[in-house]
Design a protein around this ligand. Structure first.
Ligand SMILES: [Ca+2]
Length: 328
């Protein structure tokens, strides 16, 4: 029961919860994949993954793709707490998942107990606490690290594992309000309504901003922008790769244009527009949206790519990816 002065309450407190155990202190990647499939097969609308592993194990990739494509599940993933690029961790690094970094009480990056992961793959930030200040139900197998038990039943936690469920719950609210939304529309509604923090516009740490669950319910027709190629963090080698093909999705009600551009990662602006020769007034669904010629990239290192899709420049959605170019 909410608002009775006892314990904690979730963001979507009327959502039904399916708990699936995939390990104790350490999970097994096959069990994680099986749990995702079990949840999808048994009607879960939203799947929260407050865990991750290195790389992109094929069993996880397949489970997430299947849950997303065939079951229409919204899948939320914690970015991780290692102060690394989140594109190293699965399922945060999969294009199907909504990837969540952690913010603190002051809408800043949490730094006291964990340092959230970051990167172009981050969709939004959400409250993840700082200095063990998110109250959660206690796991009975856990000892009492740093005295973090609160009373009999609760446990003080923080990190992106605490941040991701806020977004999963907001996704449940969006779906309860707009049941016809597909997972991509839910993601775009959450992104578009997020409160911009840090560097203006999309940035490496807060993604599109900090979750605003109430505002996420307001737009019934968000435009969609999603880059699907190249993969975030994909590496290209000068001499071996001559071109880099960009593909993505641009769609939505009232959609009127899309644009792709790129620039060196260190710059704040995306100033090199990709001229693809296609008509940008029409929606795209996985089509080619431009080609980057490696010979046009003067220096080796990291580059951003951005897709904007929308009704007007001020009301556009963006999707960003990172690529790296090497010389060997
Ligand atoms: Ca920002």
């Amino acid at each position: 029961m909410a608002n009775n002065g006892i314990g904690v309450v979730g963001v979507a407190n009327q959502a039904r919860v399916m708990n699936l155990k995939v390990g104790s202190s350490v999970g097994d990647v096959n069990a994680c994949a099986e749990a995702i499939m079990y949840a999808a097969d048994n009607g879960a609308d939203v799947i929260n993954c407050s865990w991750g592993c290195l790389g992109k194990p094929s069993v996880l990739v397949q489970a997430v793709e299947s849950a997303y494509c065939f079951h229409g599940c919204v899948i939320v993933a914690a970015a991780g707490n290692s102060d690394h690029n989140a594109n190293r961790y699965c399922p945060a690094n999969l294009k199907e998942t909504i990837t969540v970094s952690a913010t603190n009480y002051s809408d800043q990056r949490a730094t006291k107990s964990y340092r959230s992961n970051w990167g172009t793959i981050v969709d939004v930030g959400a409250p993840g606490g700082d200095d063990w200040d998110i109250l959660s139900l206690r796991n009975w197998y856990v000892a009492n690290p740093q005295g973090r038990f609160v009373g009999e039943l609760y446990y003080a936690e923080d990190g992106t594992s605490a941040a991701a469920p806020h977004v999963a719950a907001a996704a449940a609210l969006v779906l309860s309000y707009r049941p016809s939304f597909n997972p991509e529309q839910v993601r775009q509604a959450i992104r578009k309504s997020a409160v911009d923090l840090g560097q203006p516009g999309f940035d490496d740490f807060f993604g599109h901003g900090r979750l605003d669950a109430c505002a996420a319910l307001l737009d019934g027709n968000p435009c969609m922008a999603l880059l699907i190629q190249p993969d975030d963090g994909e590496k290209f080698i000068r001499g071996e790769n001559e071109t880099i093909t960009v593909r993505g999705i641009a769609d939505g009600a009232g959609f009127s244009y899309w644009q792709t551009d790129y620039d060196v990662k260190t710059s704040n602006w995306f100033c090199r527009e990709l001229d693809c020769g296609y008509d940008r007034k029409y929606w795209y669904y996985g089509g080619e949206m431009g080609t980057i010629y490696v010979s046009d990239l003067e220096q080796d290192g990291e580059y951003w790519i951005r897709l904007m899709a929308g009704r007007t420049a001020k009301r556009s959605m963006t999707s960003c990816r990172l690529l790296s170019l090497r010389n060997d």
